[in-house]
Design a protein around this ligand. Structure first.
Ligand code: NI
Length: 152
């Protein structure tokens, strides 16, 4: 009886072992606590990589003040506000401007080619979802450009 129980236990361990995935996959499956990650970010306009999937990145960024006018030639960008709010400003080829407030719990997708500038009067926490190739300042390169993003 004892032997049988032992055998059963061993076979369960064996089954479990088969189901365990290689370490790099296990790492990807770690859950992300958004508030915890944002607590580690101090500088505004410097998004950090929280996760990657299907060639896209989930980035976390603090917005405060005015960003730069820019557009992205090839990428659509998703902005999801998890704390605070920000104003997304747009302008077309005739330089006609309009804007929209994105509040906590809301998101917006800015299509490729659309000139935009996020402005946050107070600190705002934003989750960005966009292709890995997306440069934060798009077609513009200046002091706000972060060519290589760090993980958080
Ligand atoms: Ni952009």
């Amino acid at each position: 009886m004892l032997r049988l129980r032992q055998l059963f236990r061993d076979s369960r361990i064996e089954m479990f072992r088969i189901q365990v995935r290689p370490p790099h996959i296990q790492l990807r499956m770690q859950k992300i606590n958004i508030a915890e990650k944002f607590a580690r970010i101090s500088e505004p306009w410097k998004p950090r990589i929280a996760a990657e999937l299907n060639g896209q990145m989930v980035k976390l960024g603090k917005f405060q003040g005015e960003f730069v006018w820019h557009h992205h030639e090839h990428e659509d960008e998703l902005f999801l506000v998890v704390k605070g709010r920000f104003r997304m400003e747009y302008r077309d080829q005739t330089l006609h401007e309009h804007h929209e407030w994105i509040n906590e719990g809301e998101f917006i997708v800015v299509p490729r080619g659309v000139e935009h500038r996020p402005v946050a009067e107070q600190e705002c926490w934003v989750v960005l979802f966009e292709p890995a190739s997306t440069l934060n300042t798009g077609n513009v390169v200046n002091e706000r450009t972060v060519p290589e993003l760090e993980h958080v």
